[in-house]
Write a protein that binds this ligand. Sequence first.
Ligand SMILES: *Cc1c(COP(=O)(O)O)cnc(C)c1O
Length: 235
Amino acid sequence: MIAENVTNFQSRLRLACNRAGRSGDDVTLVAVSKTFGAEAVRGAFSAGLADLGENYVQELTTKRAQLADLPLRWHFIGRLQTNKVRALVDFIHLVHSVDSFRLAAEIDKRAGSIGRTIDVLIEVHTTDEPTKSGVPPGEVRELVKRISSLSSVRVQGLMTMGPFSDDPDDSRPSFRTLARLAREIEGEGIEGVSMKKLSMGMTHDFEIAVEEGATILRIGTAIFGERKKKQGVHV
Ligand SMILES: *Cc1c(COP(=O)(O)O)cnc(C)c1O
């Protein structure tokens, strides 16, 4: 079933890229495996996906241990507490959800102590919903500047989530805001900072994200199926 889901998703993605006049070569698909077990991840890997996303540290480290035989790239996409950074620092490929200097400084300290440099995205709060995490758009530039002084953390771009809505078009303003911010910050030429990665778009709104310039899509449901309801829409 997962192989079929991946094939179907990839044809939708190809169509979306065509409509947007994009080749798709610069779009990375991160398969969000939260709540699904190691066997599901094996299915995704067999279908050609090697980038996996998780939003709980414990769940991620357990699954990773069960999948140590596969060359997977793990992405952290959830709220990250500073006291959990240590558990991720020796292997994490990209942290999508940095939303404070304090968190960046902790990643820097832990990464520096083992001689790694960790790529991060700044999570931006682009809706007016009070519950979402992320930095307000007006504070992103200052935060990026401060983080750019850290030697073991490298800002590679921005991440956001669209609003809770059944209508994918409702996500467009969020995605536009993210793309515009990235262009503005890129234009400042802050040393050591890149704005090339735009992590935006989930199962219900990835086509809009592609139109608005996403380079990383975080896709769970379309690949693994529906999650158990108690987890909520975005969890
Ligand atoms: C769960 C989750 C996703 C994937 O959501 P789907 O709608 O299942 O594709 C993407 N991003 C984040 C931050 C998530 O928590």
